[in-house]
Design a protein. Structure first.
Length: 352
């Protein structure tokens, strides 16, 4: 099983120490000491990450791709992986990996259908919704859009088949950092006015668990009812909406998640992913505290931050750098002990 990116470096460091041969006592030992610096660098699976069409403002190790199901399966059983493969190639060109989310309903979609239109022609039930477009956070241009009935047997069968095909191609691929468990609710964020039963929602989680046994999965945290089920299977957590006081007041340790005690410790074994509610200008226009959002992310053990902030003034850039530097892990080599000399053919024990 491939280790998540945020653990791979840990494995390298520990193996160097764990498998070092015993020191030869007769050789004098020297110590070389190092000191921590604040340099920002591309740290695998940690820090800043960006949507695939944006340019990074800080060193990024992950490129984010969210797309409509219809884009990858334009015809029933006919798959088009072009967008994913192009994004992987672009990310690899600067040493990054790719994170993925699939949307079956998307309030920013260019067409009324985020799930393939053929799905509904086959008889899958749907609900229509329409945002007025007045608030950038609530949707794109106003139009009638369609959301599948997630409990419909046609949706469940066809989407499971799609995820199986996706998994056959990308499960365990080292270029894929993680997948959001999307596919449910607007933007795949697990909030919808057309809620399916807990059993159906667990079935959607199972689709991902069955298709991706080697690639880390991250559960969208807007559905507390199914969260314990996802966390029990080793998923990480993702919260979109940081910067909004409403969202920040609903996380581990708050009444909304009182029945999910495992939420507080999810960061110990899996990624914690956050995304801003909207652009910096949007947050300020709503009189929401930017500093509070930064503190919220750090206090809750963020691994990766999706950069959708847009332009920011120069005076807050140090806050962004602090967030990128303190997110996730950062291994610090403080001392190396090794013999002052060695004979040809001897092993060289190094303690780090």
């Amino acid at each position: 099983m491939r280790l998540p990116g945020f653990l791979q470096s840990a494995f390298v460091v520990f193996t160097l120490s764990a498998f070092a041969p015993a020191q030869t006592p007769e050789l004098p030992i020297q110590h070389i000491q190092f000191h921590e610096v604040d340099t920002l660098f591309q740290n695998p699976g940690q820090g800043w990450f960006i949507e695939y069409y944006r340019q990074p403002r800080l060193p990024d190790s992950v490129v984010y791709l969210r797309f409509d199901w219809r884009q990858a399966e334009p015809k029933d059983g006919k798959f088009d992986w072009t967008l994913i493969d192009k994004t992987i190639a672009k990310a690899r060109s600067h040493g990054a990996t790719v994170a993925i989310r699939i949307m079956t309903a998307n309030a920013h979609s260019e067409t009324p259908y985020s799930s393939p239109q053929w799905l509904f022609k086959q008889g899958c039930k749907s609900y229509s919704y329409k945002n007025d477009g007045s608030d950038a956070a609530q949707g794109g241009k106003p139009m009638k859009r369609f959301e599948p009935d997630y409990a419909d047997p046609i949706y469940l069968a066809k989407h499971a088949a799609f995820l199986q095909a996706l998994g056959q191609r990308y499960n365990g691929d080292p270029n894929i950092e993680f997948l959001d468990i999307g596919s449910y609710g607007i933007w795949g964020e697990w909030h919808t006015t057309h809620r399916a039963s807990i059993q159906v929602r667990q079935q959607i989680v199972d689709m991902y668990l069955n298709a991706f046994t080697k690639t880390p999965l991250v559960y969208m945290s807007d559905d507390a009812d199914v969260m314990s089920y996802a966390l029990a299977h080793g998923t990480g957590l993702r919260r979109d909406g940081v910067g909004s006081p409403w969202h920040e007041a609903r996380w581990a340790g708050t009444p909304a998640y009182a029945n999910v005690p495992a939420m507080a410790d999810a960061w110990l074994h899996a990624p914690i992913v956050f995304e801003w509610f909207q652009t910096y200008d949007y947050l300020i226009a709503h009189k929401w505290s930017f500093d509070s959002a930064v503190d919220f992310m750090l206090r809750n053990h963020v691994s990766l931050i999706n950069d959708n902030l847009g332009p920011v003034p120069d005076e807050i850039k140090p806050q962004l750098e602090k967030l990128a530097r303190l997110a996730g892990y950062r291994f610090i080599l403080r001392d190396v002990a090794l013999p002052e000399s060695a004979h040809p053919g001897d092993s060289l024990p190094i303690k780090m």
